[in-house]
Design a protein around this ligand. Structure first.
Ligand code: NDP
Length: 243
């Protein structure tokens, strides 16, 4: 049997924004893809060749592990995972519903760890693989009304550092992508309208934010290096973004 595609890449959060743009880019480069998010339709609408789109909530560890196994059966071993799915529910620490912190911690941290769990054993056994974790510039510095979100993204940046040290002897790369503001659906889930309006003003003040395609290109650059080269971190922001 001849293989007509490049190795399998798993992308979480592929139904919109950065994940969707990355799916398009890596498909153009010939990779087989496992696309994961809760909404199936936008992933199916992409119509990408050699792709499997599955509706999975990444906080469901068993379902995520089963999805990866299903894709591996179809396309061969997973070469990379892009742990991109995330939510940003901005709020003031004095008034925000704590359920919103729980949701961010569940998806951004626990869900991301589930993604790591789903692929690590196989990558170590094969002595080959790449884990790309989408953190944020909010994983390096503070922003107004971001306490819980910043907490989740510092967690992603921190655990990625640790993971890199643990997996590098097994020839597995760990890459952290830390974007500044990007034009996606991310802000839309914040429930506080005043905070949303302020965030939109901030985007305008900097003369517009990055496109999802710009972040996809950064991911593609890092992943496209030879396996012996690990671009450990990429921080990318609009030039006029402050802070
Ligand atoms: P979007 O809201 O456009 O995309 C988020 C993606 O995550 C969607 O595909 C969504 O799909 C998926 N998702 C959310 N919750 C779950 C879940 N429980 N299980 C599975 N999938 C889920 O935002 P972005 O593209 O901007 O966000 C992608 C990543 O980039 C996030 O981690 C975000 O924190 C990070 N980031 C974004 C920045 C920005 O300014 N946009 C800046 C810095 C970092 P569905 O709803 O269908 O499940």
């Amino acid at each position: 049997m001849t293989t007509t595609h490049k190795p399998l890449v798993v992308i979480t959060g592929a139904s919109s924004g950065i994940g969707l743009a990355t799916a398009r880019l890596l498909s153009e480069r010939g990779h087989a893809l496992l696309l994961i998010s809760r909404r199936l339709e936008p992933m199916l609408q992409l119509g990408l060749p050699n792709s499997l789109a599955l509706s999975v909530d990444i906080t469901d560890r068993q379902a995520l592990v089963a999805a990866v196994a299903q894709a591996e059966k179809k396309f061969g071993p997973v070469d990379a995972i892009i742990n991109n799915a995330g939510v940003m529910l901005l709020g003031s620490i004095t008034s925000q519903d704590p359920n919103e912190w729980d949701r961010m911690l569940d998806v951004n941290v626990r869900g991301l760890l589930n993604g790591i769990f789903a692929v690590t054993q196989g990558m170590v056994a094969r002595q080959h693989g790449t884990i790309i974790n989408v953190s944020s510039v909010a994983g390096r510095k503070a922003f107004p009304n971001h306490v819980a979100y910043v907490g989740t993204k510092f967690a992603v940046t921190g655990l990625s550092e640790n993971l890199r040290e643990e997996l590098s002897p097994s020839n597995v790369r760990v890459i952290t992508i830390e974007p500044g503001a990007v034009d996606t659906e991310l802000l839309s889930h914040t429930t506080d309208d005043a905070i949303k309006a302020g965030y939109n003003d901030w985007k305008q003040e900097m003369g517009g934010v990055l496109s999802a395609e710009t972040i996809a290109e950064a991911i593609g650059f890092a992943y496209g290096q030879p396996q012996s080269v690990c671009v450990r971190e990429i921080v990318v922001c609009a030039t006029r973004q402050q802070p």
